[in-house]
Design a binder for this molecule. Structure first.
Ligand code: PLP
Length: 398
């Protein structure tokens, strides 16, 4: 048997992709599947992005580019972030990446030593825990609680887990899987803790622009935070570009210079020609981008209304992200299903409704007594949401 490196035993994964594969296998046997499992979009990338990228290919922008991306896009993105975050970034603060995800590992590799403790959200995006452990750190969870209108950041669970070994905090405000977000007061409290305990923060803002009402806020806008925060930016969600693979690490120059070196080591440079498409996306006509948001909002409302009409299900209506995290404790009890996997598999094979559960977002904490599933509505049209969740309702009542 091949003797693998020890660190491989600590590498986690994103099990939503396994659910996706299982749903595809079920569909290939001739079954209708309603795909709520993956945060991918079934909407087209805005035409300005597509056209500018094609033009760049035709103009021969097909060789290597600078390791941190082309200067024009770095500048345009810095300005775009400054406008929404009240920051003073320049291109020197921006290292383009093949997607949003690479920022997670690069942040950890740049700032964490083996044995350091890193606070991360649980339930949360599973790659944080995976990368912290893989690089020899200790992943320490903090959590969220059910509030009146949405899940709420549990600042106590954050504060009480800070120790002298805590070095980093991962904050995914506008959160996957719960759609939760911090209030201005909570952000201020987080900033206070960051300064008091000398922490660095990964602000994963993958969903900063996927917002239906109000205005998104960022920790980095608060005094003293620009020196302490590294932003994860991605073109994937806002511009429906998940498969294009383009994102950025944005932060203090000292950190970005190290990230640049990691880029040289890992991939030489981000994909060259699509960066011209990204400039067109950021600076061009926003009609199609706004249409993506309108479509997502209609899907959210359709899904939330049906879910809340099902006995034993309770679902918030988050203002941001394209995820729902309904409490299905009553429904599972009614169906006599006691485990997440039995519930998920029964829904897939009996009615074709495919979703992830809380288990796909970290190990459940001992304090948890309720059951939750995660529905992504980014990859399913309104008609199928109605049909699929209609089947869930009928199944619940049967
Ligand atoms: N961060 C969060 C919270 C996400 O949900 C995702 C994707 O689903 C990412 C980062 C990664 O985004 P990308 O596809 O741009 O790598």
């Amino acid at each position: 048997m091949t003797k693998l490196a020890d660190r491989i035993s600590r590498l986690g994964t994103e099990t939503a992709f396994a659910v996706s594969a299982e749903a595809a296998a079920w569909a290939s046997q001739g079954n209708k599947v309603y795909p709520f499992h993956l945060g991918d979009l079934n909407l087209p990338t805005p035409s300005a992005v597509v056209e500018a990228s094609f033009k760049a290919i035709k103009e021969g922008k097909t060789g290597y580019c600078p390791n941190v991306g082309i200067p024009q896009l770095r500048s345009v993105l810095a300005e775009d972030i400054n406008a929404s975050h009240d920051t003073g970034y320049t291109m020197e603060n921006v290292a383009l990446q093949p997607g949003g995800k690479p920022t997670i590992a690069k942040f950890i590799m740049t700032l964490m030593n083996p044995g350091d403790e890193v606070l991360y959200p649980n339930p949360g995006y599973p790659i944080y825990e995976s990368q912290i452990g893989f690089h020899g750190g200790k992943a320490v969870p903090y959590t969220y609680v059910e509030g009146k209108d949405n899940f709420e950041f549990n600042i106590e669970s954050l504060e009480q887990n800070i120790t002298p070994s805590t070095r980093l905090l991962v904050l995914n405000d506008l959160q996957n899987p719960m759609g939760a977000e911090c209030s201005p007061q909570e952000l201020e409290k987080v900033a206070e803790l960051v300064l008091k305990h000398d922490l660095y923060v990964l602000c994963d803002e993958a969903y900063f622009d996927i917002r239906y009402e109000g205005k998104s806020r960022s920790l980095v806008s608060l005094p003293g935070m620009a020196e302490r925060c590294v932003l994860l930016y991605t073109f994937s969600k806002k511009f429906a570009m998940t498969g294009w693979r383009l994102g950025a690490t944005i932060g203090p120059k000292e950190i970005i210079d190290v990230v640049a070196k990691l880029n040289v080591n890992d991939e030489s440079c981000p994909n060259h020609f699509i960066q011209y498409g990204a400039i067109a996306g950021l600076t061009g006509d926003q009609t199609e981008v706004k249409q993506i948001l309108r479509t997502l909002k209609e899907r959210r409302d359709t899904a939330v209304d049906i879910l809340n009409s099902i006995e034993g299900v309770h679902c918030f209506r988050p203002n941001a992200t394209f995820y729902l995290f309904p409490n299905v404790t009553g429904l599972m009890r009614k169906k006599g299903l006691t485990t997440y996997e039995s519930f998920r598999k029964a829904a897939l094979t009996e009615i074709g409704v495919s979703f992830c559960t809380r288990l796909h977002f970290g190990r459940p904490l001992t304090s948890e007594t309720n059951f939750y599933i995660r529905l992504a509505y980014s990859g399913i049209d309104v008609a199928d949401i109605q049909e699929g969740l209609g089947k869930l309702k009928a199944w619940a009542e049967s």
